[in-house]
Design a protein around this ligand. Structure first.
Ligand code: TYM
Length: 335
């Protein structure tokens, strides 16, 4: 019996942090035995804001190594580089021509990032979610496991698919299968360490706002020591007026592997002075084996190149079939 499929990706821009891990990668690892997983590095997305060409390939390899270090198993998953599969930008173009412009300027991430770039904002930043729709639809996954910030892009993908099926398919015989987002209850929105109302993000100018997966223990200690808290004693989940408290408790929950009930009762009477060392040690202990495995992978000459070459072949075979199906439906002739 064939397994259902999942697809997801991460942009190779900057260091991966706990948000990327808890919102995305950890879930990919948890579900990988039940799904055929396609996981990629979104390096075409990485150039939608100004980038450094001397770092792009290296950053892409580092993300691949991090997938493996976090526990992605090549017996269940295919890891590949987006730019190695030319069908991605080709399908993006086809989708772009059926996507109304006003669907794109509603995208929250576009608005946020465009503000930062002023008049220099590139057209690629606006059309980025269409490329994301193409990334997804080439593999026709059942589920797309992502953090909460990607929900709107998933909704747009579904709108594009519905529009495509309506225009080029027959009623009751859709050409492309609608994907479902898969967003976890806990960890889907990890917040900044310096402001519990802002998402933890690679692009925050302050490194103190995030814990990167490769941060050494001393840096993790410093960041947690300095992180924002509140003056209330007793730590509880879910109090909307205490965003930092909820965020830090959730980090402790996910990194310690304890149950929510256990964490709630352990921390109910605690002050921050008692809690912060607990969170620090849980983070260090959780990240240590990941960091060790990461360095082993990065130091093994040729290993990643082989993984990514095999990934490209597997991904391309599926992507090209879907592209052909789409182009045929749109009226293109075959060469
Ligand atoms: P990116 O690179 O910004 O983030 C990668 C994954 O990490 C999740 N994430 C978070 N989850 C919880 N809390 C946070 N603070 C946090 N920050 C990031 C994101 O939700 C995401 O799952 N557009 C995508 C990349 C992409 C993609 C795709 C994803 C391109 N094509 C197709 C899925 C399917 C992005 O920029 O993710």
């Amino acid at each position: 019996m064939t397994k259902p499929r999942v697809l997801s990706g991460i942009q190779p821009t900057g260091e991966l942090h706990l948000g990327n891990y808890l919102g995305a990668i950890r879930n990919w690892v948890n579900i990988q035995e039940q799904y055929d997983s396609f996981l990629f590095m979104a390096d075409l997305h990485a150039i939608t804001v100004p980038h450094d060409p001397s770092q792009l390939a290296q950053n892409t390899a580092k993300v691949a190594a991090m997938y493996l270090a976090c526990g992605i198993d090549l017996n269940h998953a295919t890891i590949f580089v987006q730019s190695h599969v030319a069908a991605h930008p080709e399908l993006a173009w086809l989708f772009m021509c059926i996507t109304p412009l006003n669907w794109l300027d509603d995208m929250v991430q576009f608005k946020e990032k465009a503000i930062k770039q002023g008049e220099q904002v590139g057209a690629g930043l606006l059309t980025y979610p269409v490329l994301q729709a193409a990334d997804i639809m080439l593999y026709e996954p059942d589920k797309v496991p992502v953090g909460e910030d990607q929900k709107q892009h998933l909704e747009l993908t579904r709108d594009i698919v519905n529009s495509f099926n309506h225009r080029f398919g027959k009623p009751k015989h859709p050409i492309l299968k609608l994907p479902e987002p898969m967003i976890q209850a806990e960890g889907a929105r990890v917040m900044s360490l310096t402001d519990g109302t802002k998402k933890m993000s690679k692009s925050d100018p302050s490194d103190l706002s995030r814990i990167n997966l490769l941060d050494p223990p001393d840096l993790i200690r410093t960041k947690i020591k300095k992180c924002k808290t509140d003056p209330v004693k007793g730590l509880v989940f879910g109090d909307r007026d205490r965003p930092e408290c909820n965020n830090l408790l959730t980090l402790y929950l996910l990194l310690s592997g304890k149950t929510k009930e256990a964490v709630a009762s352990e921390c109910a009477e605690m002050g921050w002075g008692q809690f912060k060392p607990l969170l620090t040690e849980a983070a260090i202990a959780h990240l240590q084996p990941i960091q060790e495995k990461y360095h082993t992978i990065m130091n093994e000459p040729g290993y990643l190149d082989t993984v990514l070459r095999q990934g490209k072949e597997k991904a391309e075979a599926i992507a090209n079939q879907t592209l052909l199906k789409v182009k045929t439906a749109m009226g293109y002739s075959l060469p």
